[in-house]
Design a protein around this ligand. Structure first.
Ligand code: SAH
Ligand code: SF4
Length: 411
């Protein structure tokens, strides 16, 4: 961020303050408008003595035409544009690596801080569905994750920090922009059709930033996405599921991965705090709160298939019982291995017979296609191998070293 010496009103937006900014009066960091929701941007313009509707105008330039230079925002007066140039900016996180796969999958690695491990990933996965070409973007919400699920490479990095709104929505901005870079401003369109909050981190543990970012996704002055096409995935932070139900309408996915508490405590440790009974009830409340909304008719249940661990016929039977009163669609995810992972992927036959048991019991049950393998963009492989200095990562490396294995970092 660049530092400018200008006189500005006292904006109460979180992006303005920099912990490293000198305490000298009138020296401020530029405000990054990229991550502001509409109410936040309206307040920003009101504090400047401008009309609220400027917020909608500027949001359209940023999120629909991918313009970051105020000079190009032609329906804004020259005077206001000059003022904005002095005090504000539109800045996406820095891309340090991009990789476009043969199958159409795209991946970006963003730098969101100074440390060696301050990197997050975003993956775009194209697919055809009944409604046409779909482009689903998998967005990260945190650098690392505190929850330490035993099969997840992000968990092995430990938690570093929450992403802010500009860093979260910046991932969507960049993915759309990647298709529009060469297109004249007037002809630019948004390409990403679906968002899943399934990248690095637990979105419900970075609640406010994720909520405001999803509001920008749904806002007609920004991405105007359908609420059915924005999905939040959680490992089960029960109180926040209830709060989400009050605050916004988006689709909900639950990382279940085990059909009984004993096994789930092992695979998804947050289950010790919020066991299955509480989790399933929260899902039922999420649905029934506003059951006529199509985004709220069911929850998606994610279930990673771990060879010999959670893929026995009895586990499928337990699933049937557990989910019998919860309208749900089940998505079986073949485990994506990472170096030194303590699990293997269930065989194709095992996954298919698991699926058959659930389908025969009346569930809609799909098997996730593994995409982007050639660029390490599959689930659970997101920057998982990037070295970092957190304690958990150190412990993990020690454990591996103790097993006499060679630690390979693929930075
Ligand atoms: N923290 C959230 C969202 C990010 S994880 C959550 O847990 O839901 C996104 C999905 O990828 C989750 O369903 C997670 O369980 C799954 N996942 C993590 N590691 C994986 C791996 N190695 N192979 C397959 N899926 C994995
Ligand atoms: Fe965190 Fe989700 Fe990975 Fe669990 S699966 S460690 S909650 S990112």
């Amino acid at each position: 961020m660049s530092i400018e010496v200008v006189a500005v009103p006292d904006f109460s937006v979180e992006q303005q303050q920099s912990p490293s900014a000198p305490a000298q009066q009138n020296v401020v960091e530029k405000v990054n408008l990229l991550g502001m929701s509409r109410p936040q941007m309206e307040k920003f313009f009101e504090d400047l003595g401008e009309k609220k509707f400027r917020a909608g105008q500027v949001m359209k330039w940023i999120h629909q035409f991918f313009v970051t230079d105020f000079a190009e925002m032609t329906n804004i007066s020259g005077k206001l544009r000059e003022k904005l140039e002095k005090i504000a900016e539109v800045k996406a996180p820095e891309v340090v690596h991009r990789n476009y796969s043969k199958d159409g999958t795209r991946k970006w690695v963003f730098r969101v801080g100074d440390g060696e491990g301050s990197l997050v990933e975003t993956v775009l996965i194209p697919a055809e569905d009944k409604t046409g070409a779909r482009k689903t973007l998998c967005i990260s919400s945190q650098v690392g994750c505190a929850l330490d699920c035993s099969f997840c490479s992000t968990g092995k990095q430990g938690f570093q920090r929450d992403l802010n709104q500009a860093e979260i929505i910046g991932q969507l901005w960049m993915a759309n922009f990647s298709y529009m870079e060469e297109v004249p401003v007037a002809e630019r369109e948004r390409s990403v059709t679906n968002v899943v909050m399934m990248g690095m981190g637990e979105p419900l543990l970075n609640y406010d930033a994720v909520l405001n970012s999803m509001r920008i996704m749904l806002d007609d002055f920004a991405y105007g996405m359908s609420k059915r096409r924005v999905t939040l995935s959680t490992s089960g932070v029960v109180p926040k599921i209830d709060q989400l139900a009050q605050d916004i309408d988006v689709a909900l996915a639950i990382s279940l991965h085990a059909p009984n508490d004993e096994l789930r405590n092992e695979l998804v440790p947050i289950n010790k705090k919020y066991p299955l009974e509480q989790l399933i009830s929260a899902c039922q409340r999420y649905i029934t709160k506003d059951g006529n909304e199509s985004s709220r008719k069911h929850v998606t249940i994610e279930y990673v298939m771990l060879d010999g661990v959670n893929d026995h016929p009895e586990h499928a039977q337990q699933m049937i019982k557990l989910l019998k009163n919860l309208p749900s669609k089940i998505n079986l995810i073949p485990f994506n291995p990472f170096p030194h992972a303590p699990y293997g992927r269930s065989s194709r036959n095992r996954i298919i017979s698991f699926q058959k048991t659930l389908s025969d019991a009346g569930f809609v049950c799909t098997i996730r296609q593994t995409r982007g393998d050639d660029i390490d963009a599959a689930c659970g492989q997101l920057v998982g191998q990037v070295a970092d200095r957190t304690r958990r990562a150190e412990q993990w490396k020690k454990k591996i070293a103790a097993q006499g294995e060679i630690i390979r970092s693929r930075g």
